[in-house]
Design a protein around this ligand. Structure first.
Ligand code: ZN
Length: 249
């Protein structure tokens, strides 16, 4: 059975369609806030930088342990040599063999100390360069983290703005729809779901504004002969075709 609705109700359906189109546009705008992509890019960049920071932090901490160990090794040899030197200078050892052995130990300790100090120096240089790399990464991180924070704030506020707009429009649309016959609304919602968001279109200058296809003359003639309250559908796209004074019938 054909659905019927008064001319005013059919006109109101076009107004509902206009609001529904705005809701779709606000949803599209919300899903395409540029900062959504910016946040993703910055998160990737920050994630990769954080991995570098973790790696170089581990290196700094490992090298610090090695450096402390090297320093302790040098200290052991240094104090042993100092003790030997004290004994030698003290004059308490008179036995020439003992003196010779002590002097030889001091010389050997001195060579050992030089080697250990070279090793310590090398570790210190490695540590310094790792520390510099870590400092550079941390310096690089600061503006990146700030940019991410700003992008998130901007993204969220724009999304919230779109959501508020959608809520407002949805309330408006529900209010309008409550004045319409339920079978008309049901048909409209179904067609709208099936056809990309447009369920009702104006018939103007002999063409459906939903699919932009001109109706042939016999179809126009048929519509002309229908009662004003008969709900017409476009033969081409199946949308509800609303007739108004602009329809040129
Ligand atoms: Zn159409």
């Amino acid at each position: 059975m054909a659905i019927t609705a008064s001319t005013e109700e059919q006109q109101l359906l076009l107004d509902v369609q206009a609001v529904d189109t705005k809701i779709l546009q606000a949803g599209h705008k919300r899903n395409n806030v540029p900062e959504i992509a910016t946040v993703q890019e910055l998160e990737v960049a920050l994630g990769s930088l954080d991995m570098k920071i973790v790696a170089v932090s581990t290196e700094v901490s490992d090298l610090s342990v090695v450096q402390e160990k090297a320093e302790a090794d040098v200290e052991v040899v240094r104090s042993r040599a100092a003790r030997d030197k004290e004994r030698l200078d003290g004059g308490s050892i008179t036995n020439s063999k003992e003196l010779e052995s002590l002097q030889s130990e001091i010389e050997s300790l001195s060579r050992r100390q030089a080697t250990l100090e070279d090793e310590e120096l090398e570790v210190m240089q490695q540590l310094e360069s790792a520390q510099n790399a870590l400092d550079a990464f941390n310096t690089e991180r600061e503006p990146l983290a700030a940019a991410l924070e700003a992008a998130i704030a901007s993204r969220d506020s724009q999304i919230a703005e779109c959501n508020a707009e959608i809520d407002k429009l949805t309330a408006q649309r529900n209010d309008m729809v409550s004045d319409l016959p339920s079978d008309l609304v049901k048909l409209y919602d179904k067609v709208r779901d099936d056809l990309g968001g447009v369920g009702a279109a104006l018939l103007t200058r002999g063409a459906c504004q939903g699919c932009r296809i001109a109706l042939d003359s016999s179809e126009i003639q048929r519509i002309r002969n229908l009662g004003a309250d008969v709900v017409v559908r476009c033969e081409e796209c199946q949308r509800i075709l609303v007739r108004t004074a602009e329809s040129g019938l």
